[in-house]
Design a protein around this ligand. Structure first.
Ligand code: ATP
Length: 326
């Protein structure tokens, strides 16, 4: 094992999901007794950080406090309310370092109030970003970071500023631009890894209802992205690199594993976390060798296929020893 671990910093959101299940939603002025109520920890940032942490060590290694060759740090903010302590404890239990999560005085932790209609399965979600939107535009990239992972659930200025900081420090950068928000052209310049789903690919490339993924990837390569990964749900994953494109090679499609699907929530977050861990491992182990994109995609595809076989968000993200080898 290398003497120093690879450090993954996930700069992103932390939200608490308050989920009520009810046969129907109440009308104005009505009080309805619901079937159940659950509290879950989420937010794309926290979910992807949990995926990185679980895919860096076994559950036993995490509970024994054993070191791994990948250290995962969550960077973001919660409020000083009743949710904060439990949230941080839960992340720590997964083996995450939480020193980078600020507890903001007088602020509320981000919350999503979710009503699920049990008959139709339809969700109604009210999201209050709280402390996530109080993260200020400051340098959040640690000097010893090997890989920084971003999403778009923090203020855009915070993300764009820290993408620049990461670039200036030579830190490998991955972005999963969800929810899709147009980014300025220079955000893509020299970007190592862009991971989008079909919807995000369409919005950010400007190509409506895309069917030719090579065309979509070409847009991002032209903007300066090195590795473009488009997750296609049950269809699998498409990927393309700037080098392959320069040689007029088409991108590659890796089919999803054939599994019994229970709930696809957090599949994307698991994919992104697994891919990020693969990049981090390459950072410390490769000794100058080219990044094995095929292996990283295949690993992330296998990890995400485990998530879809379980219900729930964070609870369905697998640990490293639960990911099948083929
Ligand atoms: N039905 C499925 N069977 C097997 N694997 C799947 C299935 N759906 C998703 N996956 C895996 O999860 C990856 C991510 O899925 P998807 O493209 O739906 O991401 P997403 O839209 O970001 O998901 P979410 O927002 O629900 O987390 C896929 O590329 C694939 O590897």
């Amino acid at each position: 094992m290398p003497s120093k671990p690879a450090v993954v910093s996930v700069i992103g959101s932390l939200n608490v999901d308050l989920v009520t299940r009810t046969p129907r939603v109440p009308v104005g002025g009505e009080t309805l007794t619901s079937e159940s109520f659950d509290i879950g920890f989420g937010g794309k940032g926290a979910n992807q950080a949990v995926a990185c942490a679980r895919l860096s060590r076994t559950q036993k290694q995490a509970s024994d406090g054993e070191a791994s060759n990948v250290e995962v740090r969550m960077v973001g903010a919660v409020g000083d309310d009743e949710f904060a302590g439990g949230f941080l404890k839960s992340l720590q239990k997964d083996g995450l370092k939480t020193d980078g999560v600020k507890v903001l005085k007088g602020k509320k932790t981000g919350v999503a109030v979710i009503i699920v209609e049990t008959g139709s399965g339809e969700n109604r979600i009210m999201f209050c970003p709280g402390a996530n939107y109080d993260v200020e535009v400051t340098d959040l990239v640690d000097d010893d970071a090997s890989v920084v992972l971003f999403q778009l659930e923090l203020p855009l200025g915070v993300v764009l500023h820290n993408m620049k900081v990461a670039r200036s420090k030579g830190v490998e950068t991955i972005i999963n631009p969800a929810p899709a928000t147009p980014l300025p052209e220079d955000a893509y310049q020299g970007l190592g890894h862009l991971i989008v789903n079909e919807t995000e690919a369409a919005i950010l490339s400007g190509i409506e209802n895309p069917t030719n993924w090579d065309e979509v990837a070409a847009v991002f390569v032209a903007r300066g992205v090195k590795n473009i990964i488009i997750t296609l749900g049950g269809e699998g994953v498409y990927y393309q690199t700037d080098k392959q494109q320069a040689q007029s090679q088409p991108g590659r499609l890796v089919p999803a594993r054939k599994v019994k699907v229970v709930d696809t929530t957090a599949a994307g977050d698991t994919f992104v976390g697994a891919y990020t861990v693969a990049v981090a491992r390459w950072e410390i182990m490769s000794q100058g060798a080219d990044f094995d994109l095929d292996a990283a995609i295949s690993y992330a595809n296998r990890a995400a296929s485990m998530t879809v076989q379980k219900a729930g968000a964070q609870s369905s993200i697998p640990w490293i020893d639960e990911v099948p080898s083929s």
